[in-house]
Design a protein around this ligand. Sequence first.
Ligand SMILES: [Zn+2]
Ligand SMILES: [Zn+2]
Length: 143
Amino acid sequence: MVKQVQGILKDDGGRRIITAAFCCNGHNLISDDNPKIDGLSTIHLRVHSASAGDVDIYLSPIQGDGRVKGGEDIPRDELLGITCPVCGTSFEVVAPCYCRHGMFVAIYLKQDCRYRDAVVVCDSWGCKHSFIKLESRIILSSS
Ligand SMILES: [Zn+2]
Ligand SMILES: [Zn+2]
């Protein structure tokens, strides 16, 4: 695998793999203790659901891969409060999602907590829209 920038690896198939992701208090959300998807450590988030309460979910670290572990009790399309599982801080809302229902939330790839390097996900449960921002350039999964 080729290291692209801090927090991102590009594998032999051209997939971008997120290897580090942080809240603004510097907690790394990717740990070897997290559940694995395709053998890769997932991104741990805690979401607040109005109907299911506080739920730990684990996102696939592969760009454009909508797989997630956990959250089976959350109704589809519910809007979630996405927080750090360690300190409970919320992530920055950066734009409305293309689904016209949820909002895009930025999870930083570096500990400096800046939106120039981030993985961006929708806060509507079941919405698969996401993108990565690297050095201020938006990288879509289709490219
Ligand atoms: Zn934190
Ligand atoms: Zn969405």
